[in-house]
Design a binder for this molecule. Structure first.
Ligand code: ACM
Length: 531
């Protein structure tokens, strides 16, 4: 009887929500009006596009997105507007238009996307592709599909200019091609910011030509398995051949690939904590002498996190704020980083700096005396302010995790609030720019399902909770909130399949939180669209 009830229930669910015909765009557009009829994609259609190089690239992207799963040939005609699909740049398609706004009309005879800039056309293309059957995301030709899109009129624009995902390529290295796959997926959901966490205790992932040991030594550790942070320490003779890094040419290719999908890349070099890969490469950067003790971490115990107490390091994995060589080193690093990444910000990390070795350091004591620093918060702040000057000297703005508030914020620093939203609130009150990325809503390394069936992680973030992400806290002036992002740390993520499992569908929830109007968010409409 129980099973009979379940079958009846299932029947009602399946008939009440005819998923295949429902319009399911993520993130939900500002305005969507369904109209009569469908547009049918066919072989030998024409895409016409305004005379604009960036727009022409969008036409090429669309042509390829159609060709791969359908096998259809499309012809792109520049500087005309009478094709089956029309991509049109117009000066002002709406009121107070922004560079990412678009207007999409699907009618039985044609598809028309108008936008002020190519970025808007690109987002219009993404919405159009989501109107087609899900097989449009196929990676090879799929036969027997009726390639129809319902007729609609959509007017759309993003709520925030910073719509990010962070990808930790330091804990585990992911190849250039895998980073491109990541970019392809984020572009579909109108994310425009890829934050690459490029350095950590477990690896340094970016070639710095003036500091070759960062990648000859710092990019490699020993492959171990088990529960990260509890791996057995590697023996001295175990091969250090697990890892990798991006050359300057790789980075240029990734940056261009992202740019073609209207995604900026924010590079992060995490200092002064999380710096063991750099210290293993150049041991003189630490306050604690002992060149031989420093090895790139392979997942063996490194930090201790007493419940409710202060964390501390078992090895000194921090750069020494009292050592001038550290600033010379960082000048070299940020010179090359600034040349490689066109984005206006550089992220300097700043999180989770263990201070137990600083406490014992004579050099730190001397620095405190000389600079009249009262405590280790102020030592950290001294370091962060000097880093800000270096980054500013390369023509870039600095952003850091919310610990950079400790001991006093650097004058122009932007803050990425991760330990909840309180750091972001504090920074906004001090009139600094903020990106919200709180663990409570946006940490994609946390388990998402029942602990009994998930690879174990110390915390859980359900889809429903991620959907409640609201980047602007009550009482905060929204002009300081640039937007939000979700973070994927990869201590326990070793490959792309696991990575995709962790990111989706929670990143759909984040995408909707940073793109769609607050008033449009609706869990009951979101769930069937996810499905
Ligand atoms: C962080 O999660 N440590 C920024």
């Amino acid at each position: 009887m129980k099973y009979f009830g379940a079958v009846i229930w299932l029947f009602f669910v399946l008939t009440a929500f005819p998923q295949s015909n429902a319009i399911a765009i993520i993130p939900e557009p500002v305005s969507l009006v369904q109209q009569q009829g469908v547009f049918t994609l066919q072989d030998n259609i024409t895409i016409t596009v305004s005379d604009d190089n960036e727009a022409a690239k969008v036409a090429g992207y669309l042509s390829n997105a159609i060709a791969v799963p359908t096998g259809f040939t499309t012809t792109i005609k520049k500087n005309s507007a009478d094709g089956n699909i029309r991509l049109i740049i117009t000066p002002a398609p709406g009121e107070a238009p922004g560079d990412e706004d678009y207007h999409l009309v699907v009618s039985p005879g044609s598809v028309t996307i108008t936008a002020r800039k190519a970025a808007g056309l690109f987002y219009g293309v993404q919405s159009f592709l989501q109107l087609l059957p899900k097989e449009i995301a196929g990676k090879s030709v799929i036969k027997g599909v009726s390639w129809t899109a319902p007729c609609v009129e959509i007017t759309d624009h993003p709520r925030f200019g910073w719509r990010g995902l962070m990808f930790d390529v330091a804990r585990h290295f992911f190849t250039k091609e895998e980073v491109k796959q990541f970019i392809d997926d984020m572009a579909k959901y109108k994310f425009n910011l890829l934050h690459l966490h490029l350095t950590d205790d477990q690896g340094w992932r970016i070639e710095i030509k003036s500091l070759p040991r960062l990648t000859s030594v710092g990019a490699w550790n020993v492959k171990k398995t088990g529960t990260f942070n509890y791996f057995s320490p590697p023996a001295p003779d175990e091969p250090r051949d697990y890892g990798g890094f991006y050359t300057h040419d790789d980075i240029k290719e990734i940056v261009q690939y992202a740019k073609d999908r209207f995604i900026n890349i924010l590079p992060e070099v995490d200092v002064p904590g999380h710096s063991l890969a750099a210290i293993a490469s150049y041991p003189e950067l630490s306050c604690t002498p002992g060149a031989n003790q420093y090895k790139v971490n392979s997942g063996e115990p490194l930090m201790v996190w007493p419940p409710g107490g202060h964390f501390y390091g078992l090895v000194d994995n921090t750069l020494c704020p009292a050592n001038e060589k550290v600033y010379t080193f960082l000048d070299k690093v940020f010179t090359e980083v600034a040349q490689l990444f066109p984005f206006e910000y550089i992220h300097m990390g700043g999180d989770e700096t263990a201070r137990n070795f600083w406490e014992k350091s004579a050099a730190i004591k001397a620095l405190m005396k000389k600079e009249k620093l009262n405590n280790l918060d102020e030592v950290q702040s001294y370091f962060v302010k000097r880093v800000e000057k270096i980054i500013a000297s390369k023509g870039k703005k600095m952003i850091g995790w919310d610990e950079i508030l400790q001991g006093g914020l650097a004058p122009n620093a932007a803050v990425m609030s991760w330990r909840g939203i309180k750091g972001g609130i504090e920074a906004a009150k001090q009139k600094h720019e903020v990106v919200m990325s709180p663990t409570t809503f946006a940490y994609l390394d946390y388990m998402q399902g029942d602990a009994a069936i998930e690879p174990p992680v110390y915390a859980t973030l359900r889809l429903n909770k991620a959907y409640q992400f609201e980047p602007v806290p009550d009482g905060v002036d929204p002009i300081y909130i640039k937007g939000g992002q979700a973070n994927l740390w990869t201590e326990q993520v070793y490959n792309m399949r696991h990575l995709q499992y962790m990111i989706w569908p929670r990143a759909f929830a984040i995408a909707e939180s940073v793109w769609s109007p607050k008033a449009k968010k609706n869990w009951n409409s979101f769930v069937p669209r996810v499905e």
